[in-house]
Ligand binder design. Structure first.
Ligand SMILES: [Ca+2]
Length: 494
C-alpha cells in the first residue's frame, strides 16, 4: 500500500486510500457477516495504506539561533581613525580593499576589564580612537531574526547594509552592551556589517557575533482548506414513500406509519454558507443527522519536502456531531443519534487522525456513524420488523508539501448530504427515494445500542485544491454496482 503514497501524478495520488474503499462496495444481497468483514477490510486497508506513517507533533519546533559570524572571527577589515574619521564607511559598497584584515576581538590587553587579555584580544586598538570594522556575512534564503550581540568599550554604532541598527554606550567594563535586532527587511543573502567603535580612554575592546533564525530557512507552509458536511432529511412525498415500502414488501399499515413518522421528522434546510462563523448557531438548531467541520491546518515542510509540523490554522477546532432524531410528538424534541463507537472504536472518536505520509504529506482522516435515537429505533422495529442502519461518512484529506490538496468524502445515500469548502456549499446529494432499501439495511435483528449494521456505501466525492467542482464523483448504491476501478486502485486521485 505504501506505493500509493509515493509522489506521483495526480490521478493516483493517495490511491491506496481509494483501494481501501473498494471492499465496502458490496451488494445488497450480501449478508451482515460479509458487510462486517468488508468494513474490517476497509479499515485494515486504510491503516495498511498508512503503514510507515507516524503521528505528527502539533507543536512547532523551536529553532536554535544559527551563528552567521561568531565571536573571535577572522576576516574583519578594519581601520583605526580619529573620532568621526572616514564617514560613509558603513556603506556596503564602500571600498575597504586598502584596509587591514584581522581577527576579533579588537582592544588592549592590559587587564583592565575581564576581556582585556591575549585570549580574547587578537588585534590591537589604541585608546582614544575610533575603530572601524567591516565584515560580510551570508544568510540562507528564509533566514530571519538576525541579531547582533557583543561587548564594546566604550561606544559603538552598528550598521547592517548601511542602516544603523544600534548606537551603544557601554560605559566602563560593561559586558553585552551590543544587542541589536536587525529588521528582516534590512537583510538579504549577502550582507555587510559595519561598526564604528569609539574608545573614550584607558582600555579598549570590541567583539560581536551575528546570529539568525533558520526556522523559516527553506521551509514552506501550506494552509489547507476547511470542510463541512451536513446530513439531514429533506422533504419528500409520503405517498411515494408508502408505495416504495409496500412495493418492497412492507405491510401497508406499517408503511403508512413509518412514512408519516419520517415525514414528521423532516429537517429545515441548512444554510448555504456554513463555516466557523455560524457553525455553533447551526449546531444549536439540532436540525441535522450528522455535522462535521474539518478546520484549516497549517503544514510546515522542510526544503526537502518533509513535514515538520502540523498546527491548527483556524481559531476553531475540529467539530463533529452525530446529530439528532427529530421527534414530532407533543411539539418537537430532539434525541441524540446513536454512536457506532461501541461496535467499532475507530468511529466517532471526536478527534481526527493526523498522520504524516512518507512522501511529504499529511493525511487527516475521520469517520463517524449515527443511527436513530434508541427509543425511536425500537418503535420503528416494532412497526416494521427492521432495525435502523447507521448512516455514516468517512473523510480523508491529503495535504502535500508541494501544495497539492485533496479531500474525499464517502457517505450513504440516506439522508441528504451537503458538503462545503471554506464555508461555501459545493455539493448537494439528495436522499434516495428508495427508503425501503435503506430501512432493510438495518436488518431484522434489533441490536443493542451502539451495535448494528452500517448502511450501504454510496457516494464518493473528491475535491482537489479547494475547487468546488469534484474531480471524482460516483454514486455506487443506486444500482449496487462497484465504483469504477474498485479493487484496482483506479478512481479518483486523492
Ligand atoms: Ca575605554
Amino acid at each position: 500500500m505504501r506505493g500509493g503514497h509515493e509522489r506521483m501524478p495526480g490521478r493516483t495520488w493517495m490511491k491506496a486510500a481509494h483501494r481501501g474503499y473498494a471492499p465496502l462496495a458490496f451488494t445488497v444481497r450480501r449478508g451482515l457477516g460479509m458487510r462486517r468483514l468488508a468494513l474490517w477490510v476497509l479499515i485494515a486497508a486504510l491503516l495498511g495504506g498508512l503503514m510507515g506513517a507516524v503521528p505528527v507533533s502539533t507543536a512547532l519546533a523551536e529553532n536554535a539561533p544559527v551563528v552567521a559570524l561568531g565571536f573571535g572571527s577572522n576576516g574583519w577589515t578594519y581601520q583605526q581613525v580619529a573620532y568621526d574619521g572616514e564617514p560613509g564607511f558603513q556603506d556596503p559598497a564602500f571600498d575597504d580593499s586598502a584596509w587591514a584584515v584581522g581577527q576579533a576581538g579588537f582592544g588592549t590587553t592590559d587587564g583592565v576589564c575581564p576581556w582585556n587579555n591575549a585570549d580574547q584580544v587578537h588585534t590591537a586598538w589604541s585608546p582614544g580612537t575610533d575603530m572601524l570594522l567591516r565584515h560580510s556575512f551570508t544568510l540562507p534564503a528564509g533566514a530571519s531574526a538576525v541579531h547582533i550581540s557583543g561587548t564594546v568599550d566604550n561606544n559603538a554604532d552598528v550598521y547592517v547594509n548601511g542602516t544603523l541598527v544600534q548606537h551603544a554606550e557601554s560605559g566602563f567594563c560593561t559586558a553585552d552592551g551590543i544587542n541589536a535586532d536587525v529588521p528582516d527587511g534590512n537583510i538579504g543573502q549577502d550582507n555587510v556589517v559595519a561598526i564604528r567603535g569609539r574608545d573614550l580612554g584607558s582600555a579598549t575592546f570590541i567583539d560581536v557575533q551575528i546570529t539568525y533564525d533558520a526556522g523559516g530557512g527553506g521551509t514552506t507552509t501550506v494552509i489547507s482548506h476547511s470542510y463541512v458536511s451536513v446530513e439531514y432529511i429533506e422533504s419528500f412525498s409520503t405517498t411515494r414513500c408508502v408505495i416504495d415500502l409496500v412495493t418492497h414488501g412492507f405491510r401497508p399499515s406499517a408503511a403508512n406509519k413509518l412514512c408519516l413518522a419520517l415525514r414528521g421528522s423532516v429537517n429545515s434546510t441548512p444554510p448555504s454558507y456554513l463555516d466557523s462563523s455560524n457553525l455553533a448557531g447551526f449546531a444549536a438548531t439540532k436540525e441535522y443527522r450528522g455535522l462535521m467541520r474539518v478546520p484549516s491546518y497549517e503544514v510546515t515542510c522542510s526544503s526537502a519536502g518533509q513535514v515538520l509540523s502540523v498546527s491548527l490554522h483556524d481559531d476553531s477546532p475540529f467539530y463533529a456531531s452525530l446529530g439528532y432524531t427529530k421527534v414530532p410528538i407533543a411539539g418537537v424534541t430532539y434525541q441524540p443519534g446513536e454512536s457506532f463507537n461501541p461496535q467499532d472504536p475507530t468511529f466517532d472518536t471526536g478527534t481526527p487522525t493526523i498522520l504524516r505520509d512518507p512522501d511529504g504529506a499529511v493525511i487527516i482522516s475521520y469517520r463517524w456513524a449515527s443511527r436513530l435515537a434508541t427509543f425511536e429505533r425500537r418503535v420503528q422495529y416494532d412497526i416494521s420488523g427492521y432495525d435502523a442502519p447507521f448512516i455514516w461518512l468517512t473523510f480523508d484529506e491529503k495535504i502535500g508539501c508541494d501544495g497539492r490538496q485533496a479531500a474525499r468524502f464517502h457517505f450513504t445515500d440516506f439522508p441528504s448530504t451537503d458538503l462545503y469548502i471554506n464555508g461555501l456549499r459545493v455539493s448537494h446529494d439528495k436522499q434516495t427515494n428508495n427508503i425501503a432499501k435503506f430501512i432493510k439495511q438495518g436488518g431484522t435483528t434489533l441490536h443493542p445500542p451502539g451495535y448494528g449494521n452500517l448502511a450501504f456505501p454510496c457516494h464518493i466525492k473528491q475535491f482537489d485544491n479547494g475547487n468546488p467542482t469534484p474531480v471524482y464523483s460516483y454514486t455506487a448504491c443506486q444500482d449496487n454496482q462497484l465504483p469504477p476501478g474498485a479493487g484496482t486502485g483506479g478512481g479518483g486521485n486523492l
